[in-house]
Design a protein around this ligand. Structure first.
Ligand code: GDP
Length: 385
């Protein structure tokens, strides 16, 4: 499935590049184009994989390239003011070659959080292709302003995209690790999941074609129109039989083992840590992709895994397919779409409401400027952005 990526803000740009790097390493080519949008010149300069002419500075006249300082209303304002600049870059995208747009942003900051909904809305107004969002939720330790921004941006963005894929930094951080040092690891996890999903169906020259390939329309139908999605991933190493030098036929793996391996890997993908943890029961639609050496992609295994996912989610709309890949493991990606029971989103909204109420009280109290600052700005992210 071919995508044009738009990365807004610092996280948006970095996650976009992690996806581009995955695509280059796998030599698939599902990224047809990539545009980085930012108010901070330094963040644009720091990018590595995005061509210079695909980096768009917005708000230059007002912010002088210094960013929004986590003010997402300002992020939205300057995106609206400079939307022509962004769309000028989009005009160069060979839209007839792509299946969808993917707008990527950290929802807790200022630029991506504010600009992503503005950009997504305009893309949808101008183009018939679906526009998806990939939103990064902040960690709980980043402070209230990040929670407030994320809650606001989530509500706006979900309305402006055909589907919003979410990744929760908080759920993915390991104990003792600082959030900043974990970004590369988190971005690689995001890229691997999206990479396997969107690579499926993009057949490389000389590569085996799967028995039941996933094509773009199946991904698009699973994402549907509206709602939020989460992704699971798991991989199991395979002991590939050593090729016999002069044998006519190479030894085939045991079929029963292959069936079970796929079923177990899909179960681990769905029951393990999802990009956005949620209850599986009640999910509206799902898609599983089993990737690996063709001889190990057992059809019956995929069908059994598909039925298991149907039973577990209660959804009658679970699709399944394979993605032949020359590797030493069988991997499964599970896309769950139309998820509704998400404790993290409820918590985010509740904290945002509480903080807003408290901000109003403190604003009315002229003696409390310190308390107001502490309430909104204290947190791990305070030292940098
Ligand atoms: P912006 O540049 O104003 O849009 O702000 P950021 O992109 O820095 O957004 C801040 C949010 O994104 C915070 O919740 C950060 O934890 C998160 N974030 C920043 N950089 C990355 C990154 O490279 N990876 C991930 N997963 N999250 C990031």
């Amino acid at each position: 499935m071919k995508l044009a990526l738009v990365g807004a803000g610092q996280a948006g740009g970095k996650v976009m590049e992690a996806i581009m790097m995955y695509d280059r390493r796998a030599e698939v080519g599902f990224v047809a184009d990539a545009i980085a949008v930012n108010t901070a010149r330094a963040d644009l300069v720091g990018l590595e994989a995005t061509p210079l002419e695909r980096r768009v500075l917005i708000g230059g006249a007002r912010l002088k390239g210094h960013g929004t300082g986590a003010d997402n209303e300002l992020g939205a304002d300057v995106a609206r003011d400079d939307l022509t600049e962004v769309m000028r870059a989009v005009d160069d995208v060979a839209v007839h070659e792509i299946d969808a747009f993917l707008v990527i942003a950290g929802l807790g900051g200022g630029t991506g959080s504010g600009a992503a909904p503005v950009i997504a809305r305009e893309l949808r107004r101008r183009h018939a292709e679906p526009v998806y969002g990939l939103g990064i939720l902040p960690s709980r330790t980043e402070g209230n302003i990040y929670t407030l921004n994320a809650a606001r941006s989530f509500v706006t963005l979900v309305d402006q995209v055909d589907n919003l894929l979410l990744f929760d930094n908080d759920a993915w951080r390991e104990g003792g690790e600082s959030l900043r040092t974990s970004y590369d690891r988190l971005n690689a996890e995001i890229a691997r999941r999206l990479g396997v999903l969107f690579s499926a169906g993009e057949v490389k020259e000389g590569q085996a074609v799967g028995e039941s390939v996933v094509d773009a329309s199946e991904i698009i139908n699973t994402l549907g129109s509206g709602g939020i999605s989460t992704l699971g991933y798991a991989a199991t190493a395979v002991d590939r039989p050593k090729p016999r030098l002069f044998a006519r036929r190479q030894p085939a793996p045991d079929v029963g083992d292959s069936t079970n391996r796929i079923l177990t890997t899909v179960r681990r993908a769905a029951l393990g840590r999802l990009t956005l943890p949620c209850e599986l029961a009640g999910v509206e639609r799902g898609l599983l992709v089993a990737a690996g050496p063709p001889a190990y992609l057992d059809r019956r295994g995929i069908e059994r895994a598909r039925r298991w996912l149907e039973e577990t989610t209660g959804s009658m709309e679970i699709r399944g397919g394979d993605y032949p890949l020359d590797s030493g493991y069988v991997a499964a990606v599970v896309l769950l779409s139309g998820v509704s029971d998400v404790p993290r989103i409820e918590e985010l909204k509740a904290t945002a409401v509480e903080t807003q109420q408290r901000v109003r009280e403190l604003e009315a109290d002229a003696d409390a400027p310190e308390a107001l600052r502490d309430l909104t700005w204290s947190g791990e992210a305070d030292d940098g952005d």
